[in-house]
Design a protein around this ligand. Sequence first.
Ligand code: IPE
Ligand code: IPE
Ligand code: MG
Length: 251
Amino acid sequence: MASIFSIKKKSSKTTRELHIPEHIAFIMDGNGRWAKSRSMPREYGHSKGADVFRDIIRYCGELGVKHITVYAFSTENWKRPENEVNAIMKLLAKFMDEAFADLEKEKVRVIFLGSKEPFSAELRERMEKLERDSSVYERILNVAFNYGGRDEIVHACNELIKEGVTTITPELISSHLYTRLSPDPDLIVRTAGEYRISNFLMWQSAYSEFYFTDKLWPDMTHEDVDAAIAAYSGRERRYGGVVEKKEDAKS
Ligand code: IPE
Ligand code: IPE
Ligand code: MG
């Protein structure tokens, strides 16, 4: 199957029918099941999942998606066995090494969503350096790591208290979230056949479109991204209002 990207180049008609979301968020789920189905340890699934993650974000960039958010490790994922958590921390370090090396090629601003407090000083400094060094770029990659939607809202409220704010508004909350540099996600994709939000972008997803696929994250391909964008393009976003169609207006 040809990708949206190649169709886009060949046919302007198809481009008109497709709406490339400004912001796509991925709940990258199913690494463990992918490994288990190969009789391999869960860590193997995370390692393959990290390779796929790099490929998918690059592809989204090629499609013109300006903001990408990935759910890599939740505030609840610390409950997992120590070996697994350690393996994921090593993958975070590997991701950062590659991101530093590819900074000028990829031209993407990396932002970590979540408190950096639980990480080692060394890891934290590298995370902050990557955020600083990449801050010249416009395209944004939000990496949700030690992220929880409830934690994020509480953190925003505490920041507001520290600033002496006495009346909280939705705008003030939005501007104090970890995602404050990105618009709310247009499309949220979750893999691995689960139909839940698992504490992801709870505030920001108020009017997001959701796309669920049974594909396990390590099996995710460009064509799966195309399918998600095609489904999104067919959705009618009403934001609680009424969208009058041309045919309705005539009658
Ligand atoms: C998602 O895959 C990655 C993380 C949560 C870190 P899982 O590890 O949750 O995979 P399953 O759901 O057990 O298959
Ligand atoms: C959500 O997946 C978190 C990430 C993808 C990082 P989980 O696998 O942790 O979610 P639950 O436990 O199935 O809800
Ligand atoms: Mg899971």
